[in-house]
Design a protein around this ligand. Structure first.
Ligand SMILES: Cc1cc2nc3c(=O)[nH]c(=O)nc-3n(C[C@H](O)[C@H](O)[C@H](O)COP(=O)(O)O)c2cc1C
Length: 211
């Protein structure tokens, strides 16, 4: 009986440890101070692809950028970007970095482990995409869009959301002197399989980040 209890506790501890390591809490986002909005608007631009910055963002910078993209900004139902009828965000944001791929969980402001593989070399049609330290991947999530019944509207609403999200990323990047670039030329099927996306989900774009 004692042996069984020890084994049970061991398994439980291993499971708890793996669940904890699968969800990495980000530092709280910076929500005050910093550069003013109009100054950031004046600076917003795409970093040149051919000379894209190669240094990785700090955890705080990544936290700020992801929060800007789709973080909660009013209690537990209100986000930095507008969504149809205030639905929870129906465009998911993944971060592909050297250590693997993570899904941004806006509920807990944390990163969820998706893959340990460095997929950056195989997601963009342009060579420089491979060397950007961080690529955000924007994916329309059809399950989250199930409240929208018309297919054309699903596509339109997710594109509008991705536009708002990527502009927020551009502005946060400008405010923190990071390089950012929107990328449409992607290897969609490679990304789909790396992220094990559901059939109806679609990859909208990438946003490269570096400093
Ligand atoms: C819809 C859209 C698609 C884009 N696709 C790519 C792309 O595939 N590759 C790339 O290097 N840049 C891409 N860009 C970045 C644009 O080339 C860039 O925004 C444009 O040159 C204007 O520069 P600016 O952002 O500094 O104003 C895209 C931008 C948008 C808005």
């Amino acid at each position: 009986m004692k042996k069984f209890l020890a084994l049970f506790l061991g398994v439980l501890m291993a499971l708890t440890a793996s669940a904890a390591s699968a969800n990495v809490k980000l530092p709280d986002p910076q929500t005050s101070g910093g550069m003013g909005l109009f100054e950031a608007l004046k600076l917003r631009s795409s970093a040149p692809g051919g000379d894209f910055p190669t240094a990785m963002l700090s955890d705080q910078e990544l936290s700020n950028v992801l929060w800007a993209a789709t973080g909660l900004n009013r209690g537990d139902k209100g986000w930095t970007v507008p969504m149809d009828r205030g639905l929870p965000p129906y465009v998911d944001v993944y971060a592909a970095i050297k250590d693997g791929v993570f899904l941004y969980d806006w509920k807990s402001h944390s990163l969820v482990d998706v893959s340990k593989k460095d997929i950056r070399p195989n997601i963009g049609l342009q060579n420089f995409v491979a060397s950007a330290p961080c690529s955000l991947i924007f994916v329309a999530n059809m399950e989250s869009l199930s409240a929208v019944t018309d297919d054309a509207l699903k596509a339109q609403f997710s594109a509008v959301a991705a536009g708002a999200m990527t502009q927020d990323v551009y502005l946060a990047a400008a405010a923190m002197s990071l390089g950012a670039r929107y990328i449409h030329s992607i290897k969609e099927s490679e990304i789909r399989s790396a992220l094990s996306l559901a059939e109806g989900d679609s990859v909208i774009c990438l946003m490269l980040l570096g400093k």
